[in-house]
Design a protein around this ligand. Structure first.
Ligand code: EPU
Length: 339
Protein backbone atom coordinates (compact mmCIF):
# COMPACT_ATOMS: atom_id res chain seq x y z
CA UNK A 1 0.00 0.00 0.00
CA UNK A 2 1.33 3.42 -0.82
CA UNK A 3 1.82 6.12 1.81
CA UNK A 4 -0.93 8.52 2.81
CA UNK A 5 0.77 11.92 3.00
CA UNK A 6 -0.80 14.71 5.03
CA UNK A 7 0.34 18.34 4.92
CA UNK A 8 0.23 20.68 7.91
CA UNK A 9 -1.40 18.09 10.16
CA UNK A 10 -1.75 18.95 13.86
CA UNK A 11 0.37 16.61 15.99
CA UNK A 12 -1.91 17.08 19.02
CA UNK A 13 -3.22 13.47 18.93
CA UNK A 14 0.31 12.17 18.41
CA UNK A 15 2.15 13.61 21.43
CA UNK A 16 1.30 12.81 25.04
CA UNK A 17 1.62 16.46 26.16
CA UNK A 18 -1.23 17.13 23.66
CA UNK A 19 0.62 20.13 22.22
CA UNK A 20 -0.85 21.62 19.09
CA UNK A 21 2.15 21.85 16.75
CA UNK A 22 1.88 21.14 13.04
CA UNK A 23 4.03 18.88 10.89
CA UNK A 24 5.06 20.05 7.41
CA UNK A 25 4.34 16.50 6.24
CA UNK A 26 3.03 13.51 8.19
CA UNK A 27 2.98 9.85 7.22
CA UNK A 28 2.44 6.53 9.00
CA UNK A 29 4.52 3.50 8.05
CA UNK A 30 3.19 -0.01 8.59
CA UNK A 31 6.17 -1.89 7.19
CA UNK A 32 9.82 -1.57 6.10
CA UNK A 33 8.88 -0.64 2.55
CA UNK A 34 6.78 2.29 3.74
CA UNK A 35 9.65 3.48 5.94
CA UNK A 36 11.86 3.51 2.84
CA UNK A 37 9.19 5.41 0.90
CA UNK A 38 8.94 7.97 3.68
CA UNK A 39 12.72 8.44 3.63
CA UNK A 40 12.66 8.96 -0.14
CA UNK A 41 9.80 11.44 0.19
CA UNK A 42 11.65 13.46 2.83
CA UNK A 43 14.72 13.60 0.61
CA UNK A 44 12.73 14.62 -2.47
CA UNK A 45 10.98 17.40 -0.52
CA UNK A 46 14.22 18.56 1.12
CA UNK A 47 12.82 17.95 4.62
CA UNK A 48 14.49 16.38 7.65
CA UNK A 49 12.84 13.24 9.01
CA UNK A 50 11.43 13.00 12.53
CA UNK A 51 10.51 9.47 13.59
CA UNK A 52 7.95 9.16 16.37
CA UNK A 53 6.36 6.24 18.18
CA UNK A 54 3.74 7.07 20.80
CA UNK A 55 5.00 10.66 21.09
CA UNK A 56 5.29 10.15 24.83
CA UNK A 57 8.79 11.51 25.23
CA UNK A 58 8.50 14.72 23.21
CA UNK A 59 8.15 18.41 23.99
CA UNK A 60 7.09 20.28 20.85
CA UNK A 61 7.88 23.98 21.18
CA UNK A 62 6.96 25.00 17.62
CA UNK A 63 5.64 23.65 14.34
CA UNK A 64 7.83 20.80 13.10
CA UNK A 65 9.55 21.67 9.81
CA UNK A 66 10.07 18.05 8.91
CA UNK A 67 8.44 14.95 7.58
CA UNK A 68 7.06 13.28 10.69
CA UNK A 69 7.09 9.51 10.33
CA UNK A 70 4.91 7.69 12.81
CA UNK A 71 5.82 4.05 13.17
CA UNK A 72 2.64 1.97 12.91
CA UNK A 73 4.04 -1.48 12.10
CA UNK A 74 2.52 -4.39 14.01
CA UNK A 75 3.52 -7.96 14.70
CA UNK A 76 4.92 -10.15 17.47
CA UNK A 77 6.65 -13.50 16.92
CA UNK A 78 8.75 -16.05 18.79
CA UNK A 79 12.11 -16.51 17.05
CA UNK A 80 13.66 -19.22 19.18
CA UNK A 81 13.36 -21.19 22.40
CA UNK A 82 16.20 -22.84 24.27
CA UNK A 83 16.48 -23.83 27.94
CA UNK A 84 13.28 -22.00 28.85
CA UNK A 85 14.41 -18.71 27.30
CA UNK A 86 12.40 -17.41 24.36
CA UNK A 87 13.54 -14.72 21.99
CA UNK A 88 10.43 -12.69 21.14
CA UNK A 89 10.50 -10.07 18.40
CA UNK A 90 8.03 -7.19 18.14
CA UNK A 91 7.57 -4.59 15.41
CA UNK A 92 8.41 -0.98 16.29
CA UNK A 93 4.82 0.28 16.14
CA UNK A 94 3.45 -2.18 18.71
CA UNK A 95 2.08 -0.27 21.73
CA UNK A 96 4.44 -1.07 24.60
CA UNK A 97 2.07 -1.97 27.42
CA UNK A 98 -0.16 -4.18 25.27
CA UNK A 99 2.97 -6.05 24.20
CA UNK A 100 4.06 -6.46 27.83
CA UNK A 101 0.66 -7.85 28.83
CA UNK A 102 0.65 -10.23 25.87
CA UNK A 103 4.00 -11.74 26.91
CA UNK A 104 2.89 -12.07 30.54
CA UNK A 105 -0.36 -13.77 29.56
CA UNK A 106 1.69 -16.30 27.64
CA UNK A 107 3.56 -17.11 30.83
CA UNK A 108 6.74 -15.25 29.91
CA UNK A 109 8.63 -13.31 32.56
CA UNK A 110 10.91 -10.34 32.05
CA UNK A 111 8.86 -7.28 31.16
CA UNK A 112 6.57 -7.12 34.21
CA UNK A 113 8.42 -4.24 35.93
CA UNK A 114 8.13 -2.22 32.73
CA UNK A 115 4.33 -2.36 32.76
CA UNK A 116 2.18 0.63 31.87
CA UNK A 117 5.00 2.71 30.38
CA UNK A 118 3.47 4.78 27.57
CA UNK A 119 4.92 4.59 24.08
CA UNK A 120 5.85 1.95 21.54
CA UNK A 121 8.25 -0.98 21.23
CA UNK A 122 10.43 0.91 18.74
CA UNK A 123 10.87 3.88 21.05
CA UNK A 124 11.77 1.76 24.09
CA UNK A 125 15.46 1.29 23.21
CA UNK A 126 15.95 4.99 22.38
CA UNK A 127 16.08 5.95 26.04
CA UNK A 128 16.50 2.46 27.49
CA UNK A 129 13.19 2.71 29.33
CA UNK A 130 13.32 1.67 32.96
CA UNK A 131 11.13 1.34 36.01
CA UNK A 132 11.11 -0.38 39.42
CA UNK A 133 14.64 -1.69 39.21
CA UNK A 134 14.58 -3.06 35.65
CA UNK A 135 15.76 -1.43 32.42
CA UNK A 136 15.12 -2.49 28.85
CA UNK A 137 18.78 -3.49 28.55
CA UNK A 138 18.23 -6.26 31.14
CA UNK A 139 15.91 -8.19 28.77
CA UNK A 140 17.25 -6.96 25.43
CA UNK A 141 18.25 -9.53 22.81
CA UNK A 142 18.91 -7.33 19.76
CA UNK A 143 17.21 -5.05 17.27
CA UNK A 144 16.99 -4.33 13.57
CA UNK A 145 17.33 -0.76 12.32
CA UNK A 146 17.42 0.91 8.95
CA UNK A 147 20.55 2.94 8.28
CA UNK A 148 19.33 6.20 6.80
CA UNK A 149 22.78 6.88 5.34
CA UNK A 150 23.07 3.68 3.32
CA UNK A 151 19.49 2.38 3.14
CA UNK A 152 20.66 -0.97 4.52
CA UNK A 153 19.29 -2.99 7.41
CA UNK A 154 21.58 -3.49 10.37
CA UNK A 155 21.36 -5.80 13.38
CA UNK A 156 22.48 -4.50 16.77
CA UNK A 157 23.62 -6.59 19.70
CA UNK A 158 23.29 -5.47 23.32
CA UNK A 159 26.88 -4.19 23.45
CA UNK A 160 26.49 -2.22 20.22
CA UNK A 161 23.55 -0.24 21.60
CA UNK A 162 25.66 1.23 24.46
CA UNK A 163 22.68 1.52 26.75
CA UNK A 164 22.96 3.69 29.84
CA UNK A 165 20.52 5.32 32.25
CA UNK A 166 17.78 6.76 29.99
CA UNK A 167 20.28 6.75 27.13
CA UNK A 168 21.43 4.74 24.12
CA UNK A 169 23.36 5.00 20.92
CA UNK A 170 20.06 5.63 19.11
CA UNK A 171 19.31 8.69 21.21
CA UNK A 172 22.79 10.03 20.52
CA UNK A 173 22.66 9.17 16.79
CA UNK A 174 19.01 10.10 16.30
CA UNK A 175 19.57 11.30 12.72
CA UNK A 176 20.93 7.98 11.58
CA UNK A 177 18.78 4.98 12.56
CA UNK A 178 15.14 4.02 12.22
CA UNK A 179 14.42 1.18 14.65
CA UNK A 180 12.21 -1.35 12.85
CA UNK A 181 11.85 -4.22 15.36
CA UNK A 182 13.21 -5.22 18.74
CA UNK A 183 14.00 -8.60 20.30
CA UNK A 184 13.64 -9.58 23.94
CA UNK A 185 14.93 -12.59 25.89
CA UNK A 186 12.02 -13.74 28.06
CA UNK A 187 11.91 -16.64 30.43
CA UNK A 188 9.36 -19.32 31.32
CA UNK A 189 10.76 -19.49 34.83
CA UNK A 190 9.94 -16.43 36.86
CA UNK A 191 12.75 -14.55 38.56
CA UNK A 192 10.90 -11.48 39.70
CA UNK A 193 12.54 -8.22 40.87
CA UNK A 194 10.78 -6.79 43.89
CA UNK A 195 13.49 -4.74 45.53
CA UNK A 196 12.65 -1.29 44.20
CA UNK A 197 10.77 0.99 46.56
CA UNK A 198 7.14 0.08 47.11
CA UNK A 199 6.82 -3.11 45.02
CA UNK A 200 7.33 -5.80 47.68
CA UNK A 201 5.34 -3.85 50.23
CA UNK A 202 2.47 -3.43 47.80
CA UNK A 203 2.34 -7.17 47.16
CA UNK A 204 2.55 -7.91 50.89
CA UNK A 205 -0.52 -5.75 51.49
CA UNK A 206 -2.33 -8.00 49.00
CA UNK A 207 -1.09 -11.03 50.91
CA UNK A 208 1.16 -12.18 48.07
CA UNK A 209 4.60 -13.41 49.09
CA UNK A 210 5.70 -15.33 46.02
CA UNK A 211 4.15 -13.37 43.18
CA UNK A 212 3.91 -14.48 39.59
CA UNK A 213 5.22 -12.02 36.98
CA UNK A 214 1.61 -11.16 36.13
CA UNK A 215 0.95 -10.28 39.79
CA UNK A 216 4.07 -8.10 39.85
CA UNK A 217 2.77 -6.34 36.74
CA UNK A 218 -0.60 -5.76 38.38
CA UNK A 219 1.02 -4.31 41.51
CA UNK A 220 3.19 -2.00 39.40
CA UNK A 221 0.20 -0.86 37.35
CA UNK A 222 -1.57 0.02 40.60
CA UNK A 223 1.46 1.95 41.94
CA UNK A 224 1.85 3.86 38.68
CA UNK A 225 -1.85 4.67 38.43
CA UNK A 226 -1.79 6.15 41.92
CA UNK A 227 1.09 8.53 41.27
CA UNK A 228 1.49 9.11 37.55
CA UNK A 229 -1.08 11.04 35.51
CA UNK A 230 -2.72 9.24 32.58
CA UNK A 231 -1.73 11.18 29.42
CA UNK A 232 -5.23 10.58 28.02
CA UNK A 233 -6.57 12.70 30.89
CA UNK A 234 -3.72 15.09 31.67
CA UNK A 235 -0.99 15.81 29.13
CA UNK A 236 2.50 14.80 30.27
CA UNK A 237 5.67 13.05 29.16
CA UNK A 238 6.41 11.02 32.29
CA UNK A 239 9.49 12.09 34.22
CA UNK A 240 10.54 15.45 32.82
CA UNK A 241 14.04 15.37 34.35
CA UNK A 242 16.56 12.60 34.81
CA UNK A 243 17.51 11.66 38.33
CA UNK A 244 20.88 13.46 38.64
CA UNK A 245 24.18 11.73 39.41
CA UNK A 246 26.41 13.54 41.86
CA UNK A 247 29.69 12.75 43.59
CA UNK A 248 29.67 10.96 46.95
CA UNK A 249 31.04 14.18 48.53
CA UNK A 250 28.23 16.30 47.10
CA UNK A 251 25.65 13.77 48.29
CA UNK A 252 27.18 13.72 51.77
CA UNK A 253 27.13 17.53 51.93
CA UNK A 254 23.46 17.56 50.92
CA UNK A 255 22.64 14.82 53.43
CA UNK A 256 24.26 16.89 56.18
CA UNK A 257 21.76 19.64 55.42
CA UNK A 258 18.79 17.42 54.59
CA UNK A 259 18.62 14.24 56.64
CA UNK A 260 15.73 12.87 54.56
CA UNK A 261 17.46 13.29 51.18
CA UNK A 262 16.54 10.39 48.85
CA UNK A 263 19.76 9.06 47.32
CA UNK A 264 20.87 5.80 45.71
CA UNK A 265 24.61 4.91 45.74
CA UNK A 266 25.79 3.60 42.34
CA UNK A 267 28.33 0.88 41.58
CA UNK A 268 30.81 3.49 40.26
CA UNK A 269 30.83 5.45 43.53
CA UNK A 270 28.53 8.21 42.32
CA UNK A 271 25.16 8.79 43.95
CA UNK A 272 21.84 9.13 42.13
CA UNK A 273 19.47 11.63 43.70
CA UNK A 274 15.68 11.51 43.42
CA UNK A 275 14.94 14.63 41.39
CA UNK A 276 11.31 14.39 42.47
CA UNK A 277 12.40 14.82 46.08
CA UNK A 278 14.56 17.87 45.25
CA UNK A 279 11.74 19.51 43.27
CA UNK A 280 9.17 18.79 45.95
CA UNK A 281 11.48 20.09 48.68
CA UNK A 282 11.96 23.29 46.67
CA UNK A 283 8.20 23.79 46.84
CA UNK A 284 7.20 23.12 43.24
CA UNK A 285 4.94 20.11 43.68
CA UNK A 286 1.44 21.03 42.48
CA UNK A 287 2.66 24.44 41.23
CA UNK A 288 0.74 25.88 38.30
CA UNK A 289 1.43 28.82 36.00
CA UNK A 290 -1.53 29.08 33.64
CA UNK A 291 -1.95 25.61 32.19
CA UNK A 292 1.69 24.56 32.64
CA UNK A 293 2.20 22.78 35.92
CA UNK A 294 4.01 20.33 38.16
CA UNK A 295 1.98 17.24 38.99
CA UNK A 296 0.52 17.33 42.51
CA UNK A 297 1.49 13.70 43.28
CA UNK A 298 4.85 13.34 41.47
CA UNK A 299 7.02 16.44 41.25
CA UNK A 300 9.17 14.96 38.49
CA UNK A 301 6.26 15.12 36.05
CA UNK A 302 5.33 18.34 34.26
CA UNK A 303 1.73 18.50 33.09
CA UNK A 304 -0.35 20.38 30.55
CA UNK A 305 -3.66 21.29 32.19
CA UNK A 306 -5.15 21.84 28.74
CA UNK A 307 -4.01 24.97 27.00
CA UNK A 308 -0.29 25.15 27.80
CA UNK A 309 2.11 25.68 24.92
CA UNK A 310 5.47 24.00 24.47
CA UNK A 311 7.38 27.22 25.23
CA UNK A 312 5.35 27.71 28.44
CA UNK A 313 6.23 24.20 29.63
CA UNK A 314 9.87 24.73 28.69
CA UNK A 315 9.93 28.06 30.55
CA UNK A 316 8.57 26.33 33.66
CA UNK A 317 11.23 23.62 33.33
CA UNK A 318 13.97 26.28 33.08
CA UNK A 319 12.70 27.99 36.24
CA UNK A 320 12.77 24.68 38.11
CA UNK A 321 16.29 23.91 36.85
CA UNK A 322 17.55 27.34 37.95
CA UNK A 323 15.94 26.98 41.37
CA UNK A 324 17.35 23.48 41.98
CA UNK A 325 20.79 24.67 40.91
CA UNK A 326 20.61 27.60 43.27
CA UNK A 327 19.25 25.69 46.26
CA UNK A 328 21.12 22.39 45.98
CA UNK A 329 23.92 23.09 43.45
CA UNK A 330 22.54 20.21 41.37
CA UNK A 331 22.04 20.33 37.59
CA UNK A 332 18.81 18.77 36.39
CA UNK A 333 18.88 17.43 32.87
CA UNK A 334 15.68 17.48 30.80
CA UNK A 335 14.69 13.93 29.88
CA UNK A 336 12.28 14.14 26.89
CA UNK A 337 13.33 15.27 23.47
CA UNK A 338 12.75 19.02 23.09
CA UNK A 339 11.99 20.13 19.52
N1 EPU B 1 9.82 11.65 45.58
C1 EPU B 1 9.46 12.73 46.33
N2 EPU B 1 8.60 13.64 45.81
C2 EPU B 1 8.06 13.48 44.57
C3 EPU B 1 8.42 12.38 43.80
C4 EPU B 1 9.31 11.46 44.33
O1 EPU B 1 9.92 12.92 47.44
O2 EPU B 1 7.27 14.34 44.17
C5 EPU B 1 10.69 10.62 46.17
C6 EPU B 1 9.88 9.37 46.47
O3 EPU B 1 9.29 9.43 47.72
C7 EPU B 1 10.91 8.29 46.39
C8 EPU B 1 11.88 8.82 45.35
O4 EPU B 1 11.66 10.22 45.23
O5 EPU B 1 11.59 8.17 47.61
C9 EPU B 1 11.72 8.14 43.99
O6 EPU B 1 10.40 8.34 43.51
P1 EPU B 1 9.70 7.32 42.51
O7 EPU B 1 9.80 5.93 42.98
O8 EPU B 1 8.36 7.86 42.21
O9 EPU B 1 10.59 7.35 41.21
P2 EPU B 1 11.41 8.51 40.46
O10 EPU B 1 12.84 8.37 40.79
O11 EPU B 1 10.76 9.82 40.69
C10 EPU B 1 11.94 6.98 38.41
C11 EPU B 1 11.79 7.04 36.91
C12 EPU B 1 10.36 6.73 36.52
C13 EPU B 1 9.99 5.35 37.05
C14 EPU B 1 10.18 5.32 38.55
C15 EPU B 1 9.97 3.97 39.14
C16 EPU B 1 13.46 8.59 36.10
C17 EPU B 1 13.73 9.93 35.50
N3 EPU B 1 12.19 8.34 36.41
O12 EPU B 1 11.16 8.05 38.95
O13 EPU B 1 10.28 6.72 35.12
O14 EPU B 1 8.66 5.01 36.71
O15 EPU B 1 11.54 5.72 38.89
O16 EPU B 1 11.02 3.14 38.75
O17 EPU B 1 14.38 7.80 36.25
C18 EPU B 1 9.85 8.08 33.21
O18 EPU B 1 11.02 7.89 32.88
O19 EPU B 1 9.07 8.75 32.50
C19 EPU B 1 9.36 7.49 34.45
C20 EPU B 1 8.13 7.72 34.89
Amino acid sequence: MSLVVREGLSLKPFNSFALDARASLFVEAGNDQQVREALALATSRGLPLLVIGGGSNLLLTQDVQALVLRMASRGVRVLSEADGVLVVEAEAGEPWHAFVVRTLEQGLAGLENLSLIPGTVGAAPMQNIGAYGVELKDVFAGLTALDRHTGELREFSLAECTFAYRDSRFKRESERWVILRVRFALSRTAAVHLDYGPVRQRLAVLGIEQPTPLQVSQAICAIRQEKLPDPAQLGNAGSFFKNPLVSAERAAALRAEHADLVAYPQADGQVKLAAGWLIERAGWKGYRDGDAGVHHLQALVLVNHGGASGPQLLALARRIQADILQRFAVDLEIEPRVL
